[in-house]
Design a protein around this ligand. Structure first.
Ligand code: G
Ligand code: G
Ligand code: MN
Ligand code: NA
Length: 257
């Protein structure tokens, strides 16, 4: 109850902050993008993770205010990031209400329309497969509206493989990137067979649909080696670094070795 009140106040104070996690180009072994992930520095509870407060925010349009804050803040920080990574793509996460509720979608589109061309770094929006499939016809219409207003903003399907995408819709959804759900990466190279076959199928599908592929949750060199063999282009996960404030991520990327 009071957490909700605190969160409304946090939006107008400087308690919210962004952590970033690197996305790595596997062939070149270098960072090619960053995913912005929200954190909340609560005055008495300490640093809160999305799981601690996003479910609460998602019950109302508070989530849209948070997501809009994240978009604006990620763009602000892009000016600093640009110095170290002039071509890093900056990804933010959207929630169901952002995509499906007209009022919030319109505000998002208005901001993307400006930032999509003025931001120093290219922007990507991530939407989970399950949110997309919730009402896929409306989702496609609304993604087309985003693309029409902000053609340089790319669209990624997050947690791909965990939902139930119809192959027929996949062909029609205006999207650029598939982020393979980390459950498949966790099973790569284990007795829990089939994960490699699924990753291989996703890579094949992505090639045919002209999409980029990112593996999420990469934690070991063994997984990275398999992903390279399977033709996955990009990887994200604890192997390369945990989400952290941007200065830490950029320092780590400059460190030798
Ligand atoms: O940061 P962490 O790795 O704990 O993220 C946990 C979950 O919270 C992920 O599914 C991520 O997509 C989601 N998440 C993190 N930041 C945001 C945000 O700014 N907006 C939305 N809608 N979800 C976010
Ligand atoms: O949007 P998404 O759900 O993909 O957000 C990323 C989430 O995944 C965050 O909670 C982040 O902390 C978590 N994460 C990032 N890398 C790894 C990893 O290598 N392993 C695991 N288990 N979780 C990860
Ligand atoms: Mn994500
Ligand atoms: Na994900």
């Amino acid at each position: 109850l009071s957490l909700r009140h605190d969160l409304e106040r946090a939006l107008d104070s400087d308690e919210l902050c962004l952590y970033f996690q690197a996305r790595v180009d596997i062939a070149r072994s270098r960072i090619c993008g960053l995913e912005a992930l929200i954190r909340w520095n609560h005055p008495s509870r300490g640093l809160l993770q999305p799981a601690d407060f996003l479910p609460l925010a998602e019950r109302s349009d508070l989530i849209c205010r948070l997501d809009h804050w994240v978009l604006k803040q990620a763009c602000r920080e892009s000016r600093q990031i640009q110095k170290d990574g002039p071509d890093f793509r900056i990804a933010i996460n959207l929630s169901a209400r952002d995509l499906y509720e007209t009022k919030h979608l319109q505000r998002l589109i208005a901001t993307l329309e400006v930032e999509g061309t003025q931001n120093p770094l290219p922007l990507e929006i991530e939407i989970t497969e399950s949110i997309l499939m919730h009402d896929v016809e409306l989702a496609m219409d609304n993604l087309r509206r985003i693309k029409a207003a902000a053609p340089d903003v790319t669209i990624a399907i997050d947690d791909f493989g965990s939902g139930y995408s119809s192959l027929n819709y996949l062909r029609q959804i205006p999207m650029d990137t598939l982020k393979i759900d980390r459950a498949f990466i966790a099973d790569l190279g284990t007795e829990n067979g089939g994960a490699a076959a699924i990753v291989r199928s996703i890579v094949e599908l992505a090639r045919n649909l002209n999409l980029h592929v990112v593996a999420e949750g990469v934690e070991t060199e063994a997984q990275l080696g398999l992903l390279r063999e399977l033709g996955v282009e990009e990887a994200q996960g604890f192997l390369f670094g945990r989400p952290a404030p941007i200065a830490n991520v950029l320092d780590a990327s400059r460190a030798p070795g």
